[in-house]
Write a protein that binds this ligand. Structure first.
Ligand code: PHB
Length: 391
């Protein structure tokens, strides 16, 4: 080897060594899409609070690379806005990962873009079962409506309830909730005596509730996206005397949202719901989570199931990045998320490698008063429950 060749080899060696160092300096960009204004602004606040809390506790560097998170507002049910934000993130900002998604229409609109760009897309609330089938790059850390509605039907049937009515919001998650509830309830030999789907933005429940009262069911099963709709529903339910008529109310976690418990107050006492997270979940990890949340955001704002999905979604991203050693290739990240299993403030969770959907414990909870505030107190559970909507 002559001097020139030696020099060339030394230079090449230096370049090769320098390449990973240069890459290590590039941050990992996560583009988060959430509703931050409008009727579902609270979802964005909760999910954002959860993901920021995870970063506060775990730092903003993974596998030697800095994590840079941007959060943008899709305003709620506005799929065109979500799509435009995702496109900007992918094309202009060159994000490595998409995350967030408070509502189903937003996740559905963005799914084809994740596929096209081959970027991991982490769902932190949107809960219609079919979402994960819309792109091989989607992984969900929240819940699905069939996952929490089917156990509620089993509970109703076991409690000896024979005459049931359902009321759901007329879009993906509501239809999923109704379908899964009906299937599981009727598997026990009973029949629904009526079902009604209401427009997702509906806030006036009086005529629907009168119809239910006239049908005289023993109980009503409910899914509405939490917020003004759930508050209005409960008000009309009481005003029309359904509780006095002995018509029980059974619902999913979305109804007895921890964040709304101070608004619902005494009127929600005794209501049984099924869900994947309660602020009152009795574990050391959850106690630490609730305390850290209070320290970061104050005690008036209660952490709810959406905050935990934001927190766990971030934990999933960090765990996957550690496995890929900071490689953000969408296929590698999704492969690293498949089969992930860890303890969450909600209890043990894992990602089903076949469906990329979450497997978790579904808890039965009753709204009870404790130290002057109302909480969802868990009294039974179904462990390691997969989304039945996929079968
Ligand atoms: C949804 O749109 O997927 C959705 C919204 C609110 C919930 C659950 C699901 O509480």
């Amino acid at each position: 080897m002559n001097k020139f060749q030696q020099l060339w080899l030394a230079l090449l060696g230096g370049l090769l060594l320098a390449a990973p160092a240069a890459q290590a300096e590039e941050p990992i960009r996560i583009g988060v899409i959430l509703p931050l204004t409008g009727p579902y602004a609270d979802y964005g606040e909760q999910i954002g609070n959860g993901l920021k809390l995870y970063m506060k506790q775990n730092g903003d560097t993974v596998a030697g690379r800095k994590i840079v998170v941007t959060i943008r507002d899709d305003t709620g049910i506005a799929p065109e806005v979500s799509k435009r934000l995702a496109s900007d993130y992918l094309v202009q900002d060159k994000v490595d990962i998409l995350a967030g998604f408070g509502l189903t229409p937003s996740a559905m609109a963005v799914a084809p873009l994740a596929t096209q760009a081959k970027k991991a897309m982490v769902i932190m609330n949107a809960a219609t079962s079919v979402i994960t089938t819309k792109s091989p790059y989607i992984v969900r850390f929240s819940h699905t409506l069939p996952q929490i509605s089917a156990p509620m039907a089993t509970y109703a049937a076991k409690s000896g309830i024979k005459k049931m009515y359902t009321l759901v919001a007329d879009y993906g998650p509501g239809i999923d909730a109704e379908t899964a509830f009906k299937k599981a309830f009727e598997a026990g030999g009973s029949q629904l005596i009526g079902s009604v789907r209401v427009p997702v933005t509906n806030l006036d429940f009086s005529s629907y509730i009168q119809r239910i009262k006239d049908a005289q069911p023993e109980a009503v099963f409910l899914f509405l996206p939490p917020g003004s709709a759930t508050v209005s529903f409960l008000k009309a339910y009481k005003e029309r005397g359904l509780d006095k008529a002995g018509i029980k109310l059974l619902a999913t976690v979305d109804f007895a949202d921890d964040d709304l418990m101070d608004v619902l107050g005494q009127s929600v006492l005794g209501v049984v719901t099924s869900g994947h997270y309660s602020m009152a979940h009795d574990s050391a990890l959850n106690k630490a989570y609730v305390a850290a949340y209070a320290e970061a955001y104050g005690t008036k704002k209660r952490p709810n199931f959406m905050s935990v999905a934001g927190y766990d979604g971030m934990a999933g991203i960090y765990a996957a990045l550690k496995k890929t050693n900071g490689d953000t290739d969408g296929d590698k990240l999704v492969a690293a998320m498949k089969g992930l299993a860890f303890e969450s403030p909600r209890g043990p969770i894992s990602i089903d490698p076949e469906t990329r959907d979450i497997v978790q414990t579904v808890y039965y909870r009753r709204a009870e008063e404790k130290n002057g505030r109302v909480f969802n107190i868990e009294f039974d559970s179904v462990k390691n429950f997969k989304d039945p909507g996929k079968q």
